[in-house]
Design a protein around this ligand. Structure first.
Ligand code: DQA
Length: 257
């Protein structure tokens, strides 16, 4: 597992770090939710800005970022605008997507940015270089909310994301049966054995995929997403205590008493 330091958090070491979604439509909700999440037993917060009603207004977004940072104090923050094509809350044009992400990096308030791999391919720009210059880690992501591609396809996808410069390469796919979930674990294992330089997150969504959210310590995923107690940002997310219990059991060493 490749290691990555974000604030005081070491990703890729030991158990996967637990991330919860910050979902809010207006300032009031944003602030109260950010405060609530800051007190949860989570390691990272992901601001899903595609649900925020002022996301198309740069001036408001800068203010909102200050609100969030103030409320969550020193917790690592991922900024995510999930597009409609990949299961997000509202439409955005490509140019605006790139500009928004650049602007959020410039605030100096976010630690990681989730950039969709397809968007980066469709509109090659210097946005990834921009992130590196500002010491913002790039989580390149690809979601398939309908099915699970075959093993070869997912394996190549993770490698392509790494080639493009992802600090963390994330694939989240929907299983139609248990074999699909096992395929996600198989790819994870192949990557951790054959490409230990790659830091990755592989998720099998929905109920059938829940096991994949707990097994990162064994199969190499460095981050896992949980429900925030009120809201799931994807099907299959578990409440934090259940997720942690599962991860503890799975990480329980043979011979321990
Ligand atoms: O990419 C991911 C993973 C996710 O889709 C999940 O399956 O938990 C949840 C999203 O909020 C996040 O951006």
């Amino acid at each position: 597992m490749s290691e990555l330091k974000v604030r005081n958090l070491e990703l890729g070491k030991g158990k996967p770090k637990v991330c919860v979604p910050l979902v809010a439509k207006n300032f009031e909700e944003l602030f109260s939710e950010a405060i609530r999440l800051s007190k949860l037993d989570c390691d990272v917060i992901e601001w899903r800005a595609d649900y925020f009603m002022y996301v198309h207004d740069a001036r408001f977004m800068k203010k909102a970022a200050y609100f969030v940072r103030y409320a969550i104090d020193d917790k690592p923050l991922i900024f995510t605008y999930r597009t409609l094509q990949e299961g997000g809350g509202q439409h955005i044009e490509l140019d605006e997507y790139v500009e928004l992400n650049r602007m959020m990096m410039d605030t100096g308030l976010i630690d990681m940015v989730d950039l969709e791999f397809e968007m980066m391919l469709e509109k090659p720009s210097d946005v990834m270089v921009h992130a590196k210059e500002r010491n913002v880690k790039v989580l390149l992501s690809k979601h398939n909310n309908h099915f699970t591609p075959d093993v070869h396809n997912m394996y190549e996808l993770i490698k392509d994301m790494y080639q493009l410069g992802g600090d963390i390469c994330k694939v989240a796919v929907m299983p139609n049966d248990l074999q699909d979930m096992l395929n996600v674990l198989e790819v994870s294992n192949k990557i951790q054995i054959e490409h230990s330089e790659i830091s990755f997150v592989m998720i099998s969504m929905g109920e059938l995929g829940q096991l994949s959210r707990m097994t990162g310590e064994l199969f190499g995923s460095s981050l896992t997403y949980a429900s925030n107690g009120k809201y799931l940002s994807a099907p299959g997310q578990l409440p934090i205590p259940i997720l942690r219990e599962g991860m503890n059991l799975i990480g329980y060493k043979r011979g321990s008493r």
